[in-house]
Ligand binder design. Structure first.
Ligand code: CMC
Length: 391
């Protein structure tokens, strides 16, 4: 009744008006609130970008200091969250754990669901920005059998994430500028990407007036899939498999082009970019720099570069405008930083958190209606019920 067109995968459906992120996929342009991704990746730090995305402007020093102090004041999570974390098997994928714990936060912060006033909205945002990095770090510490702690609130936002992830008990945090800068850059590059799968999920879940934490938890689940954020883990596993297989990139290129083979070249292709993903360009340069500066010689970087060259000269990839995306080189940097492969998508979630929050806030402040797509029904016509003994 009234629905005449469908658009599977919403390839050509705009779901909202938004003033957060500008993306031109034909030209390979990405901007947050009008600032180019190239300039932000080079000059800003992650906390400034969090503020920019959520509140629309770069913060003054005073605004940034207050923002950071507010976040730090809300970083403690309820002790019972530790018990929930404890109940997961050590083998659990950290994305499942992170999504569950983020949802569980609602139970311990029920007032965060009320966001009718500016103050309530701000408090919900500050709480999740304080607690989420703790949960991220704890998913890793759980895997590694390390005791849970809160790091050091005298450190910067990104520095404290590193301390919380890696410092053993009684070990003092030794700052490695190369690692801090690389993580800052990666988090900035992942911070928002307009109406991608996980962000659309966050907006649509939030459109029913579900709370911020519950909406974010759904976004984390959406991000987990290998066609979306899970691609960063899949890329590294693919590159490792190619290495184990003797480095035969041509064999994997052939598989990727074979329509009877489900294999895809992970980290390649994008729904919107029909040109270089500008984030991938920056990350490729950073991968070279970070590995050189850390003295890491990772053979899979050469395999990745080889694959990229072959794909860029292959008619299959050229005709379909398939270029490396943000996930193609990011895992190589994470690995050089000592982050285990199962944590890669968790790092993506940490980076995407401000984008999800900004989009959720925009959706609520614009009083968007509940998200509810239609369908064209293709099932049976009306038929009489048949009792079980006659079927
Ligand atoms: N390897 C081989 N062929 C591909 C690939 C690939 N990575 N990506 C797309 N194609 C082919 C696809 O088979 C199709 O061919 P044909 O026209 O002959 O049927 C054509 O290119 C168009 O692909 P599509 O699947 O219709 O495009 P989509 O916009 O629905 O999907 C995508 C986009 C990102 C899911 C897809 O390119 C893909 O699966 N890439 C690999 C996974 C990946 O790297 N995901 C990360 C995306 S960027 C970061 C993020 O979203 O978090």
């Amino acid at each position: 009744n009234g629905v005449t067109t469908i658009d599977p995968g919403y390839k050509n459906t705009g779901s909202c008006l938004s003033s957060i992120t500008f993306l031109d996929g034909e030209k390979g342009i990405l901007r947050y609130r009008g600032y180019s991704i190239e300039e932000l990746a080079e000059k800003a730090d992650f906390l400034e970008v969090i503020y920019l995305l959520i509140f629309g402007e770069l913060p003054t020093q005073d605004q940034l200091d207050k923002f950071h102090a507010d976040i730090k004041s809300k970083s403690v999570v309820d002790d019972d969250i530790k018990k929930i974390l404890d109940a997961f098997p050590k083998s659990a994928h950290p994305m499942g754990v992170l999504s569950s714990l983020t949802s569980a936060l609602t139970a311990f912060n029920p007032s965060s669901v009320n966001v009718d006033s500016e103050e309530e909205m701000y408090n919900a945002i500050i709480k999740i920005l304080g607690k989420f990095p703790v949960l991220v770090a704890w998913t890793l510490r759980k895997k590694q059998g390390l005791p849970l702690d809160y790091g050091d609130n005298n450190l910067g936002y990104v520095e404290n994430v590193l301390k919380m992830m890696f410092c053993k008990p009684n070990e003092s945090y030794v700052q490695n500028e190369i690692v801090v800068n690389a993580l800052d850059k990666l988090l900035i590059l992942h911070a928002d990407h307009e109406q991608n799968c996980s962000t659309s999920t966050v907006r649509i879940v939030g459109s029913s007036h579900a709370g911020l934490f519950a909406s974010l938890s759904s976004g984390i689940s959406a991000l987990w899939g290998p066609l979306h954020g899970g691609a960063n883990q899949a890329v590294l596993e693919m590159l490792e498999a190619i290495k184990e297989d003797g480095g035969d990139t041509k064999k994997y290129m052939a598989k990727a082009k074979d329509k009877n083979d489900p294999f895809r070249l992970m980290g390649f292709g994008h729904r919107v970019y029909k040109n270089f993903d500008p984030r991938a360009k920056i990350i490729k340069v950073a991968a070279d720099e970070v590995l050189a500066n850390l003295g890491v010689d990772d053979p899979i970087l050469d395999i990745a570069k080889g694959l990229e060259q072959e794909a860029l000269n292959d008619p299959y990839f050229v005709d379909r405008k398939l270029y490396p995306n943000v996930d193609f080189y990011s895992g190589i940097i994470y690995r050089a930083m000592g982050i285990p492969v199962e944590m890669f998508t968790v790092m993506f979630a940490l980076g995407r958190l401000p984008g999800w929050i900004a989009q959720w806030r925009e959706m609520r402040e614009r009083k968007e209606p509940i998200g509810r797509p239609r369908q064209i029904y293709t099932g049976e016509n009306l038929r009489p019920f048949v009792s079980v003994e006659k079927r």
